[in-house]
Write a protein that binds this ligand. Structure first.
Ligand SMILES: [Ca+2]
Ligand SMILES: [Ca+2]
Ligand SMILES: [Ca+2]
Ligand SMILES: [Ca+2]
Length: 362
């Protein structure tokens, strides 16, 4: 499993079951797509679904990608990009859910308007990322049945297909090579191997890291702007990280067996902090990277879904990850503002949805 595959325009090449990018601009096919609605949630919930992607993989020349760029913060006024700030921090998240029953993504944008987009079918796994590097998250699903990624570039609406992976793989898209674009990537539990298709040069990185039973937790722990390969090992309640900065492995023990990894940059220093959540007590345990101190906080209840992320509003504009949960029974988000410790509760989504907070900027 160590062959490398080169891209060639419009041509599929196989290597050990992987077929590299083939793409086509089908912007005209799917359209009616982004609709800003000021109407209520109930109306949105009944929107029709556009079926997608039952056709064979298309061939053709992939569209030109944006030039490589370092990780940046993108500042928008409405939909217009007005500034970028170089820093290895994620811009604020929008609240969003993906509804498997109808394949629709529902986003609450910064103007508190609903945006929806049909993309995917019920058995897909949502795998959003910024694959074209324009600072906006792209709609993407991984279809395990055929090992295919279906991506819509936010920059030009083009549809990208990537056959990469097998049915039991876990999609882990992130910017491992630090060029500002998410890489199509997956973790294979059966051999604990990471398969990363680098956006910077189209080559593949395959690295065995982890053991049976581990859970992938990729993030930028060393703060160099590149996502690090990392896992949570429940049996020893420890994280293992392969640092992108020097290639060295390191481990950190925190919490207890049975805890859930909830890594994020809670102190806002640009480095991801080790963190776990204990469902039995609803406590979050965080180890701050900035000063090595430990922090704990009770938040949410045991049936909630953890959705830590940087959520900004008028009362919280810092760059720190907020402790946050989404309640499946009611669709309410409970965000603990990092700057004030106060609660922000917003209803968005309903039972059966999957929360997909990200930098949608729609
Ligand atoms: Ca994008
Ligand atoms: Ca990348
Ligand atoms: Ca890193
Ligand atoms: Ca940190």
């Amino acid at each position: 499993m160590s062959k490398k595959v080169k891209r060639s325009s419009g041509e599929k090449k196989e290597s050990n079951g992987f077929i590299m990018f083939a793409s086509a601009n089908r912007g005209l096919v799917l359209l009616v797509v982004m609709v800003l609605a000021t109407v209520g949630w109930a109306t949105l919930s009944s929107r029709p679904v556009l079926p997608i992607l039952s056709t064979p993989l298309p061939t053709g020349t992939p569209p030109t990608l944006p030039a490589n760029a370092p990780a940046r913060d993108y500042i928008y006024a409405g939909s217009s990009l007005i500034s970028t700030v170089d820093q290895f921090r994620e811009p604020p998240n929008d609240l969003a859910v993906w509804r498997p029953s109808d394949g629709i993504w529902y986003i609450l944008n910064s103007q508190q308007q609903a945006v929806y987009y049909p993309w995917g079918i019920s058995t897909d796994i949502p795998a959003p990322g910024d694959f074209d590097g324009d600072g906006k998250t792209d709609f993407c699903v991984f279809r395990a049945s055929n090992g295919t990624w279906y991506i819509v570039y936010s920059s030009n609406g083009s549809i990208q297909y990537a056959s990469y992976g097998m049915s039991d793989d876990k999609p882990v898209p992130a910017d491992f090579d630090g060029d500002g674009r998410s890489d199509v990537a997956l973790w294979r539990p059966s051999n604990q191997t990471w398969y990363i298709n680098r956006s910077s040069d189209g080559g593949n990185t395959e690295v065995q890291f982890g053991a049976s039973g581990d859970a992938p937790t990729p993030a930028d722990f060393d703060g160099d702007g590149k996502t690090d390969v990392a896992i949570w090992r429940d049996s020893t309640h420890s994280f293992w990280v392969s640092r992108s900065s020097d290639g060295q492995p390191s481990s950190f023990s925190i919490g207890a067996t049975g805890d859930q990894p909830v890594v994020g940059d809670y102190d806002g220093d640009g480095k991801t902090d080790f963190a776990v959540r204990r469902a039995s007590t609803n406590y979050w345990y965080i180890h701050f990277s900035s000063d090595g101190s430990d922090y704990s906080q009770a938040w949410g209840n045991s049936s909630d879904t953890a959705v830590p992320g940087r959520y900004n509003d008028a009362q919280d504009t810092d760059a720190k990850t907020d402790i946050a949960v989404w309640r499946p029974s009611t669709g309410v988000w409970y965000i603990r503002r990092s700057s004030t410790g106060t609660e922000r509760a917003v209803q968005w989504g309903m039972t059966g949805d999957k929360p997909v907070p990200a930098n949608w900027k729609r």
